[in-house]
Design a protein around this ligand. Structure first.
Ligand SMILES: [Fe+2]
Length: 285
């Protein structure tokens, strides 16, 4: 039986990725260097954990999907997931592009089968899927290319309302746990969820953020998720900006884990515009 060995919640932003590329050339923006330093323990932990597979719940930002058809939930079933074109060309600029994130179609099909047929999550199946900064911005902070394990990405609509509820995202995580445990392999699986923390990038409230809200979220995710889930999404948006709703994606990671987890690491910083944070949980062996 496959099993989930840990969970990682991590924020993403476009500038996080571009800052990494500049940093690798010795040109760190001062605002971003603390995030790099703060993610070093996660990179060490991930290397030690050495999962066989990663299930990553993330959101696209109109870089692969378009308003012509924006699925509420979609799953990538492919051998590889290349970078989406976000308008600045493949990263890192000036160097060989990052290799595509590898996939495992056998794993992904089995997960898809269970999630659709048993759990009634009607995922859009993507046999071609390009990943934007929702994945590629933080990935090089926590692992070196070539990437350490195949990934099954699950995309959540956070762009066009109505977005899925916090309760639905929590339920997705619980379903992922059951789906993994239903697999006939002995894979050790890491579940990652990624969404921006507090921020707003549109309208008259552009630029608002709330570091206290981000701190409250991280402090309560392990032992008090029901209180976070019960806070209406409109309240998350009012307190932390409209894009703070992406924090709901992290519920899928937490709900995929048991209540016996240890919190391994937590870090939070505010480089610019968007709150950034990371939290790592591990199941007992
Ligand atoms: Fe985002």
């Amino acid at each position: 039986m496959a099993r989930i060995v840990g969970g990682l919640g991590i924020s993403h932003t476009p500038s996080m990725g571009l800052a990494f590329d500049a940093g690798m050339k010795g040109e760190w923006e001062p605002a971003w260097k603390p995030w790099f330093d703060g993610t070093r323990p996660v990179k060490e932990w991930l290397a030690d954990l050495a999962p066989d597979h990663i299930v990553c719940v993330y959101n696209d930002h109109l870089n692969h999907f378009t308003f012509e058809a924006y699925p509420t939930f979609a799953i990538g079933v492919a051998d590889a997931f290349p970078q989406a074109d976000e308008g600045w060309g493949p990263r890192p600029a000036g160097g060989p592009p990052f290799p595509p994130v590898p996939g495992d179609t056998d794993f992904a099909w089995a997960l898809t089968e269970h999630l659709i047929r048993t759990e009634s999550f009607d995922l859009t199946v993507c046999q071609e899927l390009a990943l934007d900064h929702g994945v590629y911005s933080w990935l090089p902070y926590i692992a070196d290319a070539p990437w350490p394990a195949p990934m099954t990405p699950i995309a959540v609509n956070m762009i066009r309302h109505p977005i899925p509820t916090a309760q639905r995202l929590r339920d997705l995580g619980a379903a992922i746990r059951r789906a993994v445990e239903n697999l006939e392999s002995d894979a050790r699986v890491l579940v990652i969820a990624t969404g921006g923390m507090s921020h707003q990038i549109s309208g008259t409230r552009f630029g608002i953020a709330n570091e206290d809200l981000d701190r409250y979220f991280l402090a309560n995710l392990k032992d008090n998720m029901p209180a976070l889930v019960d806070l209406p999404q409109t309240e998350w948006m009012r307190l932390g900006g409209t894009e703070a709703a992406e924090l709901g994606i992290w519920f899928a990671m937490r709900a995929a884990l048991s209540d016996r987890i240890d919190e391994i690491y937590r870090y939070q910083v505010f480089p610019k515009i968007t709150g950034c944070g990371v939290i790592a949980f591990q199941e007992p062996s």
